[in-house]
Design a protein around this ligand. Structure first.
Ligand SMILES: N[C@@H](CCC[C@H](N)C(=O)O)C(=O)O
Length: 271
């Protein structure tokens, strides 16, 4: 099975064409190829498909679960399509589980992509949370006896944003999984710990549902920028610094994310 591997700020993905894996159980395949010892190793697997809806991005987390959208992944997917001549020009629309996303390749020394990530949704049933609410912003939850203020939203996928004074002091690997599986979230949540450095810069470390702590999360960066702006802590244009590098987020009615993609490898996976 032919594969290519890419990363967006250290968030890494195996990318395949559906034609090479048609009929296979893709969740099982995702788990297998993403395994860091018994597979190629990645945070997720993305499968390219062209059908009557157009170009479709199918996303699988490292644990085999599906997710509607992946911000770093869609930039890498754009790069993969460009490298394989799967679209012409600099801009194309991609169908995802969170709707249609428009991507545009921008000028730069690296392969850079600007993505229209769509609109954040705050309504409880869309996030989803197990509570009827117009929005769930700065609400206190209790984890292991500790009171934590969380803001949750749907930003391509389910996200929870937590502002802290000192990111280095947060045990992301201890708290992340507990909040991911907190009873409020019927399908779990990605968890973003955020430290505001200035009104135009926020540092974010994400615990990802289905993948654990990653070096970057694109939808998470957007979620942090949206909530930061809503709370008056961040301007509309923000630099988001993550362990793997930085991306730029513009919060308008729609949210725009700009960041790089790097091709790491290509080869054949022995099934
Ligand atoms: N790494 C991603 C998000 C991938 C999906 C997520 N783990 C989920 O299950 O919702 C990004 O860059 O946005």
């Amino acid at each position: 099975m032919r594969f290519e591997k890419y990363h967006g700020l250290g968030n890494d993905f195996i990318i395949l064409n559906i034609e090479d894996v048609r009929g296979r159980n893709l969740s099982e395949l995702g788990k297998k190829v993403c395994h860091r010892n018994f597979g190629i190793g990645a945070d997720g697997m993305i499968v390219f498909e062209r059908n009557d809806r157009g170009i479709v991005m199918n996303f699988y987390n490292a644990d085999g679960t599906t997710a509607p959208m992946c911000g770093n992944g869609i930039r890498c997917f754009t790069h993969y399509m460009k490298n394989n001549g799967l679209f012409s020009g600099d801009s194309v629309s991609i169908q995802t589980g969170a709707g249609e996303m428009r991507v545009t390749i921008t000028e730069g020394t690296e392969f850079m992509v600007r993505v229209n990530m769509g609109r954040p949704i705050f309504e409880g049933s869309a996030i989803p949370i197990r509570e009827e609410a117009q929005e769930y912003i700065e609400k206190e939850i209790e984890v292991d006896g500790e009171k934590i203020k969380v803001s949750s939203l749907f930003m391509g996928t389910t996200h929870t944003v937590i502002f802290v004074d000192d990111l280095k002091g947060v045990d992301v690997e201890k708290l992340g999984p507990k909040i991911e599986k907190y009873e409020l979230y019927p399908v779990g949540t990605n968890v973003n710990f955020c430290e505001v450095k200035s009104s135009q810069e926020v540092h974010v470390t994400t615990w990802e549902r289905g993948a654990g702590m990653t070096l970057a999360c694109g939808t998470g960066a957007c979620a942090a920028a949206v909530i930061g702006n809503k709370l008056g802590r961040l301007e509309k244009d923000t630099k988001v610094v993550v362990p793997g590098g930085e991306m730029y987020i513009e919060v308008e009615e729609d949210v725009f994310m700009t960041g790089p993609s790097v091709k790491i490898a290509e080869g054949e996976f022995l099934l």
